[in-house]
Write a protein that binds this ligand. Structure first.
Ligand code: NAD
Ligand code: SAH
Length: 402
């Protein structure tokens, strides 16, 4: 309890925006009488969100959104603080789904999910909530597909799509924390290495940028011509995985897609190549194919498994799950400060507006997104200019001259 509690307190100290929202929530109690069910990575920053929601009057139950990312000391601290927390590190798949069931069994009114597993479960149980929010790109993609098919049973706020989320969390958060996870797991030098980043979306951009900053040669693989062009003009080499596989020392997937690195690529890789995923669950690297190709495997360090392919050895980090959350602490505190402020405001928004929302995927309202940006700037002591009356007229009135 003590260690987990101190981790939570350390995070609290650096989550200035969420702290400010928490102060308001303590006074206004906007979530009084609501039950909130959460499936998020259970670590210190998430714990601060949980405690913020409780201070707002909610009764909260939480489990992990990934069987490997829970920090047990934090989960224990949450239980000691009276939160129903069902998360444990290293759960089997069965235990993982049982823990999601346990959260659903608390009959939440509002759900906060990361990857949409809990929302899917509620749909399969035909269990309705007044509204939910979704933390990540892949979850939002899946929920939008449900909306298109007309099967989404309640409104969802796509917190991922807020500017104060993806521009910072997916880019700078994943950029720093994926590198952090790889360094902690391997203790290897990045300078001079060739790092292959699969996917030049928000996460991939951040990883490529930070890997270059550490002195690596960065190669990007893409399937989207515009993003490929952007990577090229940002100064990275762009090529198909079939070519990149031959030259990469470290591979980092961040696509939200499956089988991005598969047998045909594994066959071409150099001895000693390191494989890490910072994208989606554990499917971006085709691990069953790697297993089939291997004569044996052994754990070299925590989160580093050597696969013996006969003529060479390949190294898989964090079982192909999110390397930043399994081998490190996930995104830095100051980044999660914004993402989880968005989540806190989304929960309040759902409580206040549920009767007006349809069974659709919504963006976080722009004014809430901007509150988070403004609070963040203020917390950093940064001021910005304001438009003059003349400038507002100039920008809005086409008659106003040239
Ligand atoms: P995004 O949609 O902005 O980018 C994904 C990119 O991958 C796109 O440009 C797409 O064209 C590309 N892509 C798809 N299939 C590909 C393939 N086979 N080969 C190469 N490129 C391919 O998404 P994002 O916001 O960058 O998120 C990516 C994934 O990371 C999602 O699953 C998201 O949920 C997850 N995510 C993880 C973290 C983390 O903490 N590790 C943080 C945020 C998001
Ligand atoms: N549940 C899936 C979904 C991807 S998780 C899986 O585990 O594979 C990706 C999300 O994790 C991001 O959108 C990010 O906001 C969140 N995240 C990253 N670092 C985090 C941290 N330190 N604490 C809580 N959530 C974090």
């Amino acid at each position: 309890m003590e260690k987990g509690l101190r981790k939570i307190q350390w995070a609290e100290k650096h989550m200035k925006v969420l702290g400010r929202i928490r102060e308001e929530f303590r006074k206004e109690k906007p979530l009084e009488g609501y039950k909130i069910g959460m499936a998020l990575h259970v670590e210190a920053k998430t714990a601060v969100l949980v405690l913020t929601l409780r201070d707002a009057g909610a009764e909260v139950a939480i489990t992990g959104c990934n069987p490997m990312s829970t920090q047990d000391d934090v989960a224990d601290a949450l239980r000691d603080l009276g939160i129903a927390c069902f998360a444990k590190r290293g759960m089997s798949n069965e235990e993982y789904y049982k823990a999601l069931e346990a959260v659903a069994d608390t009959r939440p009114d509002i759900v906060i999910d990361d990857g949409a597993d809990l929302i899917f479960l509620l749909h399969s149980r035909k269990q309705k909530v007044i509204g939910a929010s979704e933390e990540t790109t892949t979850g939002v993609i899946r929920l939008k597909a449900m909306e298109r098919e007309g099967v989404l049973a309640f409104p969802v706020i796509a917190v991922n799509d807020a500017y104060t989320k993806y521009l910072f969390d997916n880019r700078y958060g994943t950029g720093q924390s994926a590198i952090d996870g790889i360094l902690r797991a391997t203790n290897m030098l990045l300078a001079g290495k060739t790092i292959v980043v699969a996917g030049y979306g928000w996460c991939g951009r951040g990883i490529a940028m930070r890997a270059r900053g550490m002195g690596a040669k960065v190669v990007v693989t893409e399937v989207d011509e515009i993003r490929a062009l952007e990577a090229l003009m940002d100064g990275f080499d762009v090529m198909p995985m079939e070519k990149a596989a031959r030259i990469g020392d470290i591979f980092i997937t961040a696509t939200g897609n499956r089988d991005v690195i598969r047998k045909e690529h594994l066959e071409l890789m150099k001895d000693g190549a390191v494989l890490a995923n910072a994208g989606h669950f554990n499917v971006e690297i085709a691990i069953p194919e790697l297993e089939n190709m291997s004569r044996g495997k052994r754990e070299m360090r925590d989160n580093v498994v050597e696969y013996d392919l006969g003529d060479k050895k390949l190294y898989l980090l964090a079982e192909g799950r999110l390397v930043n959350l399994v081998a490190a602490d996930g995104h830095p505190i100051e980044v999660m400060d914004m993402s989880f402020s968005d989540q806190a405001l989304a929960a309040k928004y759902i409580a206040e507006n549920a009767d007006k929302l349809e069974n659709k995927v919504y963006r976080l309202p722009d004014e809430l997104d901007r509150i988070v940006a403004r609070f963040k700037l203020e917390s950093m002591g940064v001021e910005i200019d304001r438009l003059t009356e003349e400038q507002i007229k100039y920008l809005t009135d086409w008659r106003y001259g040239t």
